[in-house]
Design a protein around this ligand. Structure first.
Ligand code: PGA
Length: 252
């Protein structure tokens, strides 16, 4: 059985004090988390170390929102997988649409980052998804398939199954307009079929596929009960402990 992963992507929000407060609020609620649900928070880089320390012994996992693919070197302003590993980071979001859109992250860079994260045993959450224009011209499947094939290029089957995929239609991110549960599940199923094409169905069945894009307490229940959706990548609603908890509680 696949695990359920509910991840909070805090984006560029919360300084260290605010991050610690939110992490501690969540930690205080963690007794009520279902055992089958893995809960992850992804604070900004400046808060990672403090939050990771504060959550020592907690069931809540801590992830980064990005990383460079090199171990070290002259890359001003970048953070390496080695540095993340050094503070015990367990997950990293790779290829978020905001990074692809604002920071020119290409499929080739995403592929390098995935390989690098896997080398350090950091679980990558690979984000894929189409623009509104692509959906309206019926190009959403072609777009996502292309992203998946390029992202997984050269990745061994034993590593491929460790990757979590987040289907995040760009038109649903931060817009309040989430995909219907049917649209989300259809794409999750399609992503699984792409992985199956690459690695076979046994491998594809193991891959955790999340949905992301305006997931809120009032729509999470319907999305999370879909058969091919194994969790959610939550932006805005992960910034308030009570809202995030409601989403976690829907995911059983
Ligand atoms: P949102 O963000 O929930 O605020 O739409 C989701 C994401 O970008 O991961």
């Amino acid at each position: 059985m696949r695990k359920i992963l509910i991840a909070g992507n805090w984006k560029m929000n919360n300084d260290v004090d605010e991050s610690l407060k939110l992490a501690q609020e969540l930690s205080a609620l963690s007794d009520s988390f279902d055992k089958n649900v893995e809960v992850l928070i992804c604070p900004p880089f400046t808060s990672l170390y403090a939050v990771k320390r504060a959550l020592h012994g907690s069931v809540i996992k801590v992830g980064a929102q990005n990383m460079h693919y090199e171990d070290k070197g002259a890359y001003t302003g970048e953070v390496s997988p080695l540095m993340l590993k050094g503070i015990g980071i367990e997950y990293v979001i790779i290829g978020h649409s905001e990074r692809r859109q604002y920071f020119n992250e290409t499929d080739e860079i995403v592929n390098k980052k995935l390989k690098s994260a896997l080398r350090y045993d950091i679980i990558p959450i690979l984000c894929v998804g189409e623009t509104l224009e692509q959906r309206e011209s019926n190009a959403e499947r072609e777009t996502v398939k292309n992203q998946i094939f390029k992202a997984f290029d050269g990745i061994e089957p034993s590593d491929a199954e460790k990757i979590t995929v987040a289907y995040e239609p760009i038109w649903a991110i931060g817009t309040g307009r989430n995909a219907t549960s049917q649209q989300a599940n259809e794409m999750a199923e399609f992503i699984r079929s792409c992985i199956s094409e690459l690695y076979g169905s046994e491998q594809a069945d193991k891959i955790v596929i999340q949905y992301g894009g305006s997931v809120k307490p009032d729509n999470a229940g319907e999305t999370l009960c879909q058969p091919d959706i194994d969790g959610a990548l939550v932006g805005g609603a992960s910034l308030k402990a009570d809202e995030f908890l409601k989403i976690i509680n829907y995911a059983k």
